[in-house]
Design a protein around this ligand. Structure first.
Ligand SMILES: C[S@@+](CC[C@H](N)C(=O)[O-])C[C@H]1O[C@@H](n2cnc3c(N)ncnc32)[C@H](O)[C@@H]1O
Length: 352
């Protein structure tokens, strides 16, 4: 039975399902979910660490700096949420490897839902002896530096629509011919009220953002957690659910499990929830600004000088990361920390 047929069966039995339930089934169903069966990274979409090695290198050096800000704990956890092909971490640890004390204290933890991607990461990062888990909630209690690039946008979202009678929830149901279709239902729970600050007519809400803030706030050991993703800086994202297959945007209901599903991250809400839990929040800042603060120009100059024949390619890749018309402005970075630490490096310059 296809995933589409199984979803139709669930709807027949239980009624229309929230978009977040649909998204979770499409991405993580153990037999047919997108991340369970394939690794569309590179085929359906491309990410910053796959575009240029400089991205991971700069984050690796940032992690070394922040480890010192944490008091150079030993041992400590270096964690990555959703490491994909492991490129970010390979580049980060190559850059960090000159810092022997950091490397000696570091225990690598990779949080990955996809068995296929876990196998890729295991092979590429074998010499660092990584611990793999598939649920971020299972990260052990210890001093930690966490990196997460394009992880938050995969977390299931509920969708709310303002109607003449207040907020309704968008659900996935069946049309008269048995096809999947969107509809509206009475929303359960408190999410629309809590999340709707500044929202216009439509609103995507990722319940996991609140849970991440809550779990981080409950940690006793010092930590920094750096999240980079796409989404607006200050306004709620509106209706942003998108499906990608082979680098084309497709209908999210057309072929459950085959296409990647994603939403914009509500950085304002994430920051608000983290602050409300007592965490320190740095950012959000634009990715371009973060990378410039981290010295991307100097690293670009070095790479070009060492590889003059590839200067054009290197330059174009790095430009894509910082150019406001490419990824530089659309992607944002936010860093959550336990209170009492100095501000993290590269977040001092405001949002631009
Ligand atoms: C868009 S890819 C980004 C990959 C990588 N960070 C990069 O920048 O190239 C999302 C990654 O998060 C993983 N992922 C998605 N949802 C997850 C979840 N709930 N738990 C753990 N991993 C998840 C995917 O399998 C994939 O590795």
């Amino acid at each position: 039975m296809t995933l589409r047929d199984r979803i139709a069966e669930i709807i027949q039995g239980e009624g229309p399902i929230p978009v977040s339930t649909y998204m979770a089934l499409c991405l993580h169903d153990p037999q047919a979910g997108y991340y369970s069966t394939q690794s569309g990274l590179g085929r359906d979409f491309i990410t910053a660490p796959e575009i240029s090695q400089v991205f991971g290198e700069l984050l690796g050096l940032w992690a070394v700096h922040e480890w010192h800000a944490l008091g150079a704990p030993s041992p400590f956890i270096l964690a990555e949420l959703g490491p994909g092909h492991g490129s970010l971490m390979c580049d980060a640890l190559r850059a960090a490897s000159r810092h022997a004390d950091f490397m000696a204290a570091m225990q690598l933890w990779l949080v990955e839902a996809s068995p296929k991607l876990r196998a890729v990461q295991k092979e590429r990062l074998a010499r660092f002896d990584p611990h793999h888990i598939d649920d971020w909630r299972a990260l052990p209690e210890a001093p930690a530096i966490t990196l997460a690039n394009e992880f938050l946008d995969c977390l299931p979202a509920r969708q709310f629509v303002r109607t003449g009678h207040g907020w309704a929830e968008r659900v996935v149901g069946l049309d008269p011919s048995g096809g999947l279709c969107f509809g509206l239902a009475e929303p359960a729970g408190d999410e629309p009220r809590e999340a709707s600050e500044g929202a216009a007519g439509e609103l995507d809400v990722q319940p996991a953002l609140g849970e991440i803030a809550e779990r981080l706030a409950a940690r006793e050991a010092p930590f920094r957690a750096l999240f980079i993703d796409y989404g607006p800086m200050t306004d709620p994202p509106g209706e942003t659910l998108r499906a990608f297959l082979e680098n084309e945007q497709v209908d999210p209901l057309a072929d459950p499990g085959r296409a990647d599903l994603t939403v914009d991250v509500d950085f304002a809400r994430f920051s608000r929830l983290a602050r409300a839990r007592g965490l320190d929040v740095a950012g959000p800042v634009q990715q371009g600004a973060l990378l410039r603060q981290l010295g991307i120009q100097a690293r670009l100059d070095q790479l070009v000088a060492a590889n003059p024949d590839e200067a054009q390619t290197i330059f174009h890749a790095v430009s894509r990361l910082v150019d406001p018309d490419a990824m530089g402005a659309r992607f944002k970075a936010v860093c959550l920390s336990n209170p009492g630490l100095p501000a993290p490096a590269a977040f001092e310059t405001g949002p631009g």
